[in-house]
Design a protein around this ligand. Structure first.
Ligand SMILES: Cc1cc2nc3c(=O)[nH]c(=O)nc-3n(C[C@H](O)[C@H](O)[C@H](O)COP(=O)(O)OP(=O)(O)OC[C@H]3O[C@@H](n4cnc5c(N)ncnc54)[C@H](O)[C@@H]3O)c2cc1C
Ligand SMILES: Cc1cc2nc3c(=O)[nH]c(=O)nc-3n(C[C@H](O)[C@H](O)[C@H](O)COP(=O)(O)O)c2cc1C
Length: 591
């Protein structure tokens, strides 16, 4: 059946043109037509091509509705999603503004009409480092009233953490408490957030859309439309790489094992930058897979074995895993863990195998699939610069081994690499860009790098890049580990770098070489005068590695150094370091 014509005979087109336009527009929705009308009006306005005898539009273009999208992000996931919301919102006739929590003007939030919040949780239920100030202001007593603001929150997290999505949850509750109106329920995403996040974003834009007066025209924001991102888009598709070097950087007498991996791309390396990471898709330990299959009574199912090896997370045990297990099996004793509120304490230090062995039940392959989540890739800082290594990428991976509840445990990805990967093996990886961990734009700027343990990895990339590009700025590295003789990662390379001038200085802290423990923050304190002089001269300061203690201690040492060297009180010294952070001269990549 033919559709009724949209365009009247009086429209300023020939018959053939009218037929074409009718065919093209016949299947569009009202919103798409409104957008198109605004788009064409804006196009002509922007190019000045408004015909002298243009017929008056049926209705004047309505200003695009403002939408503010704020994100709290550490490793870029929330930031990427916020960008996606912005792009989709613009297509849907909004005038979006994407704001990092780092730059958020909290007192002005009350003036917003519509707010999308995308927030990740870090540490143990903490906000991402760049979001700490604004998060504190929103949670604090001086927060503005938000009556009249409509909002929705998308929370990012990882169910393996006890404080799952804590920051998104707290922000969601706080915005309501401040008077804002929640227009759609919060969604808490695990590491496989692509699908739930995309669905939430679609729902959010619907829920936040203003009531549509019929026949109205939406003005398109031409100033921003099509504005390109500053960074070059790097392909996010996983690619296969070949391991061409696999070396343990620790001595055979060390109690640590840190693997240097050199990976060769089959084609040109993706355009990674110093500061980016590679996500590595690991395989589970085959011995653990077999143990799980035995405990579940599912030995001999080859397809399931393969899925458990490469696709499912068979180690993480979260409260959600226990709930899914109880739902699948109806196990009464395991249910009591939940009913008695003991589940959080019980899962501490335990894995899926402990659950299945402690609460035996006949499981099916479908049960195991329902209970587990997809196996997430692990991020590793890239330890090389393409300017020096060409189509390769290098990683520095510390093997994770420990014992809990009398059972020896191994990290999925790090021990896969340490024990089961050798030169010639193939791995699947993809680049994870980090535009908040970048060398200074001006190559003459000095850099100070604090990277104990595997935290040194990105600084190997920084030094390679600055050497290959002959950057005149000075490079100063603080490195630390347990023992000088066993754990000095890339020692020869640093010595060569000192000789060829690509390192101006290196200060090391080997914690267990003397009775009292010495860490990088102690070296920072010792060198505080020189360090503050470098910073006064415009140096950038970088920290990479352990988030739990090291990164906080290093920041505290720098605040103390400012106070001491410049005679500042604690508040002024804190403000000096916060100023470095705001100016993007203090950057960290910690985990
Ligand atoms: C941006 C970024 C960059 C990174 N760069 C690097 C890098 O350059 N090099 C590097 O080695 N790692 C790096 N990591 C960490 C890396 O991604 C992995 O988290 C790490 O290798 C562990 O992964 P896994 O699969 O081996 O261990 P998993 O199977 O994920 O197990 C790790 C978990 O085991 C538990 N655990 C570990 N030790 C103990 C213990 N002693 N007692 C009790 N429980 C314990 C903890 O719950 C921990 O979360 C980076 C992380 C991020 C986010
Ligand atoms: C060191 C570290 C600590 C984390 N802590 C938590 C946590 O306490 N709770 C949680 O739900 N997720 C936690 N996560 C998971 C992150 O929230 C998750 O990876 C998220 O997708 C990161 O988003 P972002 O890239 O926007 O920072 C943690 C991740 C890392 C690497």
């Amino acid at each position: 059946m033919s559709r009724p014509a949209l365009l009247p005979r009086t429209a300023p087109f020939g018959d053939a043109e009218r037929a074409h336009l009718d065919a093209a527009l016949g299947s569009t929705t009202a919103l798409q037509r409104a957008w198109l009308a605004g788009f064409l009006a804006g196009l002509d306005a922007a190019s000045g091509a408004v015909p002298a005898e243009a017929p008056a539009p049926a209705a004047p273009p309505r200003a695009a509705e403002p939408l503010t999208i704020v994100f709290a992000s550490e490793s870029g996931n929330s930031e990427k999603l916020a960008g996606d919301v912005g792009k989709l919102a613009r297509k849907n006739g909004f005038k979006p503004k994407v704001v990092d929590f780092a730059d958020l003007d909290v007192p002005a939030l009350g003036r917003e009409k519509r707010l999308v919040v995308i927030a990740a949780t870090w540490g143990e239920g903490e906000p991402p480092a760049r979001a700490v100030r604004a998060y504190g202001e929103i949670m604090g007593e001086g927060a503005p009233r938000l009556d009249g603001v409509e909002f929705g929150v998308l929370a990012l997290g990882d169910t393996s953490y006890a404080e799952f999505c804590a920051i998104g949850k707290r922000l969601d509750a706080r915005l309501e408490e401040l008077g804002a109106k929640r227009v759609l329920p919060r969604v808490d995403c695990d590491l496989d957030f692509d699908k739930p996040a995309a669905a939430w974003i679609k729902d959010a834009l619907k829920a936040l859309a203003p009531a549509e007066p019929a026949g109205n025209v939406v003005a398109v924001d031409f100033a921003r439309a099509g504005s390109a991102d500053e960074d070059v888009e790097v392909s996010r598709e996983p690619v296969t790489v070949e391991v061409i070097e696999h070396v343990n950087l620790n001595s055979s007498r060390s109690d640590k094992e840190t693997i240097h991996l050199a990976l060769a791309f089959e084609e040109a390396a993706p355009a990674y930058e110093p500061g980016d990471s590679l996500e590595l898709y690991p395989e589970n330990d085959p011995a653990l897979v077999d143990q799980i299959l035995r405990a579940a009574g599912l030995e001999g199912d080859a397809a399931l074995r393969q899925a458990l090896l490469a696709e499912r997370d068979i180690t993480t045990l979260s409260a959600a895993t226990v709930e899914r297990f109880v739902k699948a099996t109806g196990h009464e004793e395991a249910r009591r863990l939940i009913d008695n509120g003991e589940v959080r304490a019980w899962i501490e230090g335990r894995h899926l195998i402990d659950l299945i062995e402690t609460y035996p039940a006949k499981l099916t392959a479908q049960h195991l699939s329902d209970i587990t989540r997809p196996l997430p890739p692990r991020a590793y800082s890239i330890a090389s610069s393409r300017a020096e290594v060409g189509d390769e990428a290098h990683l520095t991976i510390a093997a994770v081994r420990y014992t809990t509840h009398d059972r020896a445990r191994t990290g999925v990805a790090s021990v896969h690499v340490a024990d089961r990967i050798r030169t010639g093996a193939k791995l699947k990886v993809r680049v994870k860009p980090n535009k908040h961990f970048r060398l200074p734009k001006d190559p003459a700027t000095d850099v100070i790098m604090v990277g104990p343990g595997t935290g040194v990895a990105p600084f190997r990339a920084f030094v390679q890049e600055r050497r290959a590009t002959e950057a005149p700025g000075r490079n100063w590295l603080f490195f630390g580990d347990r023992h000088f003789t066993h754990d000095f990662l890339y020692q020869l390379e640093w010595q060569e770098a000192l000789e060829d001038g690509s390192l101006a200085r290196i200060d090391v802290a080997f914690s267990r070489d003397q009775p009292e423990k010495i860490y990088v923050q102690d070296r920072i304190w010792e060198q505080r005068r020189e360090l503050v002089a470098w910073l006064d001269g415009g140096a950038h300061f970088y920290v990479c590695g352990d988030a739990k203690a090291m990164a906080k201690d290093v920041r505290a040492a720098l605040v103390k150094a400012f106070a001491d060297v410049k005679g500042l009180d604690a508040a002024a010294a804190e403000a000096a370091v916060a100023g470095l952070e705001r100016g993007h001269r203090y950057q960290q990549d910690v985990y």
